[in-house]
Design a protein around this ligand. Structure first.
Ligand code: 13P
Ligand code: SF4
Length: 339
């Protein structure tokens, strides 16, 4: 049972009025309050690689969607504080129906999730009873409940290789990730027409230009990028695998084609290397507006309020849990037994 009698009050006092950027001493004070509160609540703070640096710096674990799901599946904390987007917090709730799962901003969505409403997916599934639905984790709990197996960008190739050979694969909702997985596995799939609004902003011309400026720098791209960008990349991988690649690489400078928050994580992990964010068009589209809805102040407030909370109907939790657990089980298999 959580005792909330002597935690700090909500962040309404003038000392914490939201402004950007927080002066270093306030940042430090707020971070210390969050860490104290975390202890008090027996909470774990899970943060995605795209979160703002100050959130990454107070988190217990920073990683990709796969790593975050694995952490959520094994945590013994009473409260899961999920700093990412809503579908990620939902996944943590599905794996922990009896725990409190909170997130700094409940409106932190995802363009991929929006592209795939459950009734539309169900209508497509009904056209072919032999469909086996492989669903990228960037979707709602209702869509997960309609799926045979979930995947992330970190394990999509392994999951598709392990999918039944006699079934027609339907891959939803990211057509770019799906197309890349088809290239890697040779499995034909029907692709849902969804995309990440931020990753499709990287262009072939932009990557060619930055390569000319840094001729010795390899390009690492997320598989949510278009084929025109992926074909210029030296490595295409999930955000966590980017960390592994950059650690291994002998290159001193590396061009990164993914959301801007990744650069902070990479600088922390590889302080001796220089990371160059790949350019997008004229806007700051390499920042995911949803991921950036979370701030350190909102993180503190959600821990004080224990809200917003993720709540889901028990029936959706029951049905959505199976394909997530299937993913976790396949992911844990050694490569040679995955197929
Ligand atoms: P990762 O699982 O590679 O971190 O990707 C999550 C995501 O939302 C990419 O846009
Ligand atoms: Fe969704 Fe794209 Fe944001 Fe990832 S970066 S959460 S795929 S909108």
């Amino acid at each position: 049972m959580i005792d909330l009698t002597d935690v700090h009050p909500r962040l309404v006092q003038p000392e914490f009025v939201t402004r950007r950027p927080l002066p270093p001493d306030e940042l430090d004070k707020l971070s210390r309050h969050i860490l104290a509160l975390k202890k008090k609540l027996n909470a774990v703070i899970l943060a995605h690689n795209y979160q703002v640096p100050e959130i990454q710096d107070v988190a217990d674990f920073v990683g990709d969607s796969l790593g975050l799901s694995q952490q959520a599946a094994k945590t013994s904390a009473d409260v899961i504080v999920f700093c990412g987007v809503h579908f990620m917090a939902e996944t943590a709730k599905i794996l922990n129906p009896n725990k409190i799962v909170i997130l700094p901003d409940k409106d932190a969505g995802c363009s991929l999730e929006e592209s795939c409403p459950a009734p539309k997916l169900k209508a497509l599934q009904d056209t072919n009873p032999n469909f086996y639905t492989v669903t990228y984790i960037n979707c709602s709990a209702e869509v997960k409940a309609l799926s045979d197996v979930i995947c992330t960008s970190g394990n999509a190739v392994k999951i598709v290789n392990a999918s039944p050979k006699d079934r027609d694969l339907l891959f939803v909702p990211d057509e770019n990730l799906g197309a890349w997985v088809m290239e890697q596995t040779g499995r034909k799939m029907t692709l849902w027409r969804g995309s990440c609004y931020a990753h499709v902003e990287f262009t072939h011309a932009g990557i060619v230009k930055i390569r000319q400026e840094y001729p010795n720098a390899p390009v690492v791209a997320h598989p949510e990028c278009t084929k025109a960008v992926r074909m210029l990349a030296d490595e295409v991988c999930s955000t966590e695998k980017m960390v592994e690649y950059c650690k291994r690489s002998a290159a001193r400078q590396i061009i990164i084609a993914t959301e801007a928050g990744m650069i902070h994580r990479l600088r922390r992990e590889c302080p001796d290397k220089v990371f160059i964010p790949a350019p997008t068009g004229s806007c700051r589209c390499n920042e995911c507006k949803f991921m950036k809805m979370n701030t350190l102040e909102k993180l503190y407030d959600c821990m004080i309020d224990l809200a917003p909370r993720v709540e889901l109907p028990p029936e959706i939790i029951r049905r959505a849990r199976l394909p997530i657990e299937r993913m976790l089980e396949i992911s844990a298999r050694p490569i040679e037994n995955a197929g």
